[in-house]
Design a protein around this ligand. Structure first.
Ligand code: GLY
Length: 396
């Protein structure tokens, strides 16, 4: 064998082993950590279920009280959607029974046209319920809800209107990307392209107008309904119009990753990767990878964290790594999961109003839900744990 041939064999050898999925001892350790966190999650929600009255949904825990909300709150779907995931993991039928029951309470929302948040409210619980049980009655609700969401699409603007309140003419927030999966699924179910067209048009115009040159996203873009032109770009929940509100960045990352999955359009994948690169290299991201509530908050490091932004980001990065296998995406998701599973963020069982994570921030400028547990942080944390677990389990 000459030197060239030897080099070739060596290269092939390196390529073969670097592309093999080998579970390292760190991954074995992470699997144990994930199971421990999932057990804490099960224990907390087992207890939580005992005190949740019918038709109400636990949202947060403030001043020693669990705050319960009605079906019309944008977070109502996360409680039953989490129960579905916990049933999937534990096979505990108490989770199954309550997941079914609390999912069914949400059914009237299928005719509700007053918000863009129907993806969170309906697709998270009904989508999970369908995936886990195969019950086709859930599909009818998904389809009907898509009609309600589609009623908020204005073809002149090319976007779904986010909110009806306040002074904006046609506000669209980055969070709205999270509702497009509902439409894509309904398009497949109904075998027509209308919902798909609405979702893709919304994503395309978001791509055009919501992003800054560094791939961070504005929170809200306000449009003129007569011309479709942008009126202004601003924040509502972030520190300033030009800052990067942490959860908004995570919604965008997750939303464009899902849109690539649903459409195969590589421009969405490119944007998701650009967002991921911006976020994981951000100079204001602490070493434990749990962002402050806004990446540009003025008093960093003395600012509240937002575990919800971290959990959404971890879950998105695990999926993104399937389509763009950059090792940094997976490693970053692992760092987030390890941090959220530590005593710094994971509640002790029996505390925290039986929520799983501590230290989420809902709406700091409105002085609302600062440094508290919140149901959507728990939901995306459970999802990230299950996704990472499946990924590690599938490694040889
Ligand atoms: N969609 C509202 C929020 O993320 O707070």
């Amino acid at each position: 064998m000459n030197v060239k041939q030897l080099m070739l064999v060596l290269l092939l050898f390196v390529f073969f082993f670097s592309s093999c999925k080998i579970k390292t001892s760190n991954d074995e350790q992470l699997l144990k950590t994930i199971d421990q966190s999932l057990q804490v999650a099960c224990e907390q929600y087992r207890q939580m279920q005992l005190n949740v009255p019918d038709s109400l949904f636990p949202r947060t825990y403030i001043d020693g009280q669990v705050k319960l909300v009605s079906i019309y709150d944008w977070t109502s779907g996360f409680y039953p959607a989490s129960l579905w995931y916990l049933f999937q993991y534990s096979k505990d039928t108490l989770f199954l029974n309550n997941a079914k029951k609390f999912t069914s309470f949400l059914e009237p929302l299928k005719h509700y046209k007053g918000t863009h948040d129907l993806g969170f409210m309906i697709f998270c619980p009904y989508g999970n319920g369908y995936k886990i049980t195969g019950d086709t009655s859930y599909l009818e609700v998904i389809l009907e809800t898509s009609k309600s969401l589609a009623s908020r699409f204005n073809p002149k603007v090319g976007l779904i209107k986010s909110w009806d309140h306040n002074h904006w003419q046609y506000p669209v927030i980055i969070d709205n990307m999270m509702n497009l999966e509902l439409l894509c699924q309904a398009s497949k179910l109904n075998n027509d392209s209308m919902f798909y067209h609405i979702a893709a048009t919304h994503a395309n115009i978001t791509l055009k107008n919501h992003f800054r040159p560094d791939n961070s996203t504005f929170h809200l873009v306000n449009y003129d309904t007569l011309t479709g032109a942008v009126i202004n770009k601003q924040t509502v929940q972030g520190y300033s119009d030009s800052s990067s509100w942490a959860r908004g960045q995570s919604w965008g990352l997750y939303g464009f990753t899902v849109m690539f999955r649903e459409t195969g359009d590589s421009t969405y994948l490119k944007k998701a990767c650009q967002m991921a690169d911006y976020l994981i290299r951000h100079p204001n991201l602490p070493s434990d990878a749990i962002p402050y509530w806004d990446y540009n908050a003025p008093k960093i490091p003395n600012e509240p964290r937002d575990v919800s932004a971290a959990a959404i980001m971890a879950s998105a990065l695990i999926e993104l790594h399937e389509y763009a296998p950059t090792i940094a995406y997976l490693e970053h998701a692992k760092t987030i999961i390890r941090s959220l599973s530590s005593a710094n963020y994971l509640a002790k069982t029996g505390t925290n109003g039986h929520f799983i994570l501590m230290h989420a921030t809902g709406h700091l400028p409105a002085n609302s839900e600062i440094d508290v547990p919140i149901n959507y942080a728990d939901y995306y944390f459970i999802e990230a744990l299950l996704r990472m677990r499946a990924k590690l389990e599938s490694a040889s």
